[in-house]
Design a protein around this ligand. Structure first.
Ligand code: NAD
Length: 493
């Protein structure tokens, strides 16, 4: 059967060539995908499909992914080294649940509603329509490719847009499977297009393309700024989910063992390659030494190894380039005056020798002016900073160009909430970390991003509002037009 969902470009994995039509993804492939998405939008094959039917197809895509749960979990592990434990229930589970949430939004969203009556000068009805924007582009990074693509595909399709998705060239596999799942679900031709290939070529073309009306980007702050500049060419709508340097505040009344587990989870999920990681640990002085002692003891029990193994806590990094970057920061932290309080072991088994291993590392004695405390490392490195009290913890937490995530550990909910209110951050977790929920928005403040994904407002980011004024009087005598009605007559109103 011919595929309705287009896959352009040769997707390259570490060990095989898969998908697409075999050509390397390039600017021409991006143009072809945009042309297909534009034609589908103009034909109305999706925007004129009733929202309930759009919801049904989104649900079917989710069901198709769920039906291949084990296979797709393993594929995510192969694709970027996510541990099987995180790739299954967490990443694939979220992808399925979030698609279903977007389907539910399609069913409940106010695509057209009548507003308050307009009474002057003549009676009119106000109709508010929320219409699809047109062709959207979704550019996603390598750390959570499937989930972050779902966060773009879901609301874009729920709202009636067409979309071109571009995975990172290191991780195209799960997006090609997503395209297959959409094809099997009956998504019409041209509505979803996946183009693989290099970011500076394919991603850049999508960001500047005059027929793309919205670009949703997840990735580094640096590239996000490039995308925003390119989007200015035709004043695209833009959503940016960028970097972070999450401040994790442990108060002196925290449940220390709970906070130790949460701190490790907070900075080690995906081997630290997660934008929302808690990478700056702000410890109240009175518990600093005891907390570090318990943290190191617990960290030394973690298993670093084969990501396929269900016993593994921490897997490898994505690439040699990322490994070199993280190691550079560990060395820099020492040069800046930090002490290595903990550095775990990396696997020694011969069959794992070609993995890009960096051991979980805890740097103590940091101050917030150090580069290791200010820059996103994107690896398994935690920087520990001592603070005097809640006020100083908040001040340090907010002293950052980033504002994606933060956390507070305390047994006093009122105290934790008071701190949360002061934090400049798109998300604050209290006594938890990494818990995103489709019903609530996700995104960053400051240089962590623009706009929000997820939550009840997710479709607002993929719709244009249209006001329709519907005159009910149809009475020429009551008109007060400033141009065609003489002053005396106009004055009567
Ligand atoms: P990246 O910015 O290098 O790449 C992200 C995507 O952009 C990839 O698909 C890449 O091919 C593409 N790209 C690269 N150059 C481009 C260009 N000039 N024009 C258009 N597209 C281009 O990021 P990365 O290193 O792959 O991912 C890590 C970064 O992503 C980290 O900074 C991390 O914090 C961030 N991130 C943020 C979130 C979030 O939700 N805020 C989620 C995951 C990752």
């Amino acid at each position: 059967m011919a595929r309705r969902v287009r896959q352009l470009g040769g997707a390259r994995s570490r060990d095989q060539q898969v998908g697409g039509d075999g050509r390397p993804g390039d600017a021409t492939a991006a143009d072809e995908a945009v042309a297909a998405a534009t034609a589908a939008h103009v034909r109305g094959v999706w925007r004129l499909t009733p929202p309930a039917e759009r919801a049904r197809i989104l649900d079917a895509i989710a069901d198709n992914l769920a039906a291949r749960f084990d296979e797709l979990t393993a594929l995510q592990v192969r694709e970027n080294g996510a541990t099987a434990r995180s790739a299954g229930a967490f990443l694939l589970g979220y992808s399925i649940a979030h698609l279903k949430y977007f389907a539910s939004l399609a069913r409940s969203y106010a695509f057209e509603e009548t507003g308050p009556l307009i009474e002057a000068p003549t009676l009119a009805a106000g109709v508010l329509r929320r219409e699809p924007i047109g062709v959207c582009a979704g550019i996603v990074p390598w750390n959570f490719p499937l989930l972050l693509a779902v966060w773009k595909l879901g609301p874009a399709l729920a709202a009636g847009n067409t979309i071109v998705l571009k995975p990172d060239d290191q991780t195209p596999l799960t997006l090609l499977e997503l395209a297959g799942a959409a094809d099997e679900a009956g998504l019409p031709a041209g509505v979803l297009n996946v183009v693989t290939g290099p970011g500076p070529v394919v991603g850049a073309r999508l960001a500047e393309h005059p027929d793309v009306r919205k670009v949703a980007f997840t990735g580094s702050t640096e590239v996000g700024k490039t995308v925003m500049r390119a989007a200015a060419g035709n004043v695209k709508k833009v959503t940016l989910e960028l970097g972070g340097k999450g401040a994790n505040i442990v108060c002196d009344d925290a449940d220390l063992d709970l906070a130790v587990d949460g701190t490790l989870f907070g900075f080690l999920l995906m081997c630290g390659q997660a934008c929302e990681s808690g990478t700056r640990l702000l410890l109240h002085a009175s518990i600093h030494d005891e907390f570090v002692r318990r943290l190191v003891a617990r960290a030394s029990t973690l298993v670093v190894g084969d990501p396929m193994d269900a016993a593994t806590d921490v897997g490898p990094l994505i690439s040699a380039k990322q490994k070199a970057r993280v190691e550079k920061y560990v060395a820099l932290g020492q040069e800046e005056g930090c002490k290595i309080a903990f550095q775990g072991a990396t696997p020694t088994a011969p069959d794992l020798a070609d993995g890009h291993w960096v051991a979980p590392t805890i740097l103590t004695g940091a101050t917030n002016d150090m580069r290791v405390a200010r820059e996103e490392i994107f690896g398994p490195v935690l920087v520990v900073i001592k603070c005097a009290d809640d006020a100083e913890a908040v001040a340090i937490a907010n002293d950052s160009e980033y504002g994606l995530s933060a956390g507070v550990w305390s047994t006093d909910n009122e105290r934790a909430l008071a701190i949360a209110r002061e934090l400049e951050s798109g998300t604050v977790w209290i006594n938890d970390w990494h818990m995103v929920n489709a019903m609530y928005p996700f995104g960053g403040v400051k240089q962590s991003g623009l706009g929000r994904e997820l939550g009840p407002g997710a479709l607002d980011e993929y719709t244009e509002q249209k006001f329709v004024h519907l005159d009910m009087a149809n009475d020429r005598a009551k008109r007060v037009y400033a141009v065609v009605v003489p002053p005396a007559a106009a004055g009567r109103a």
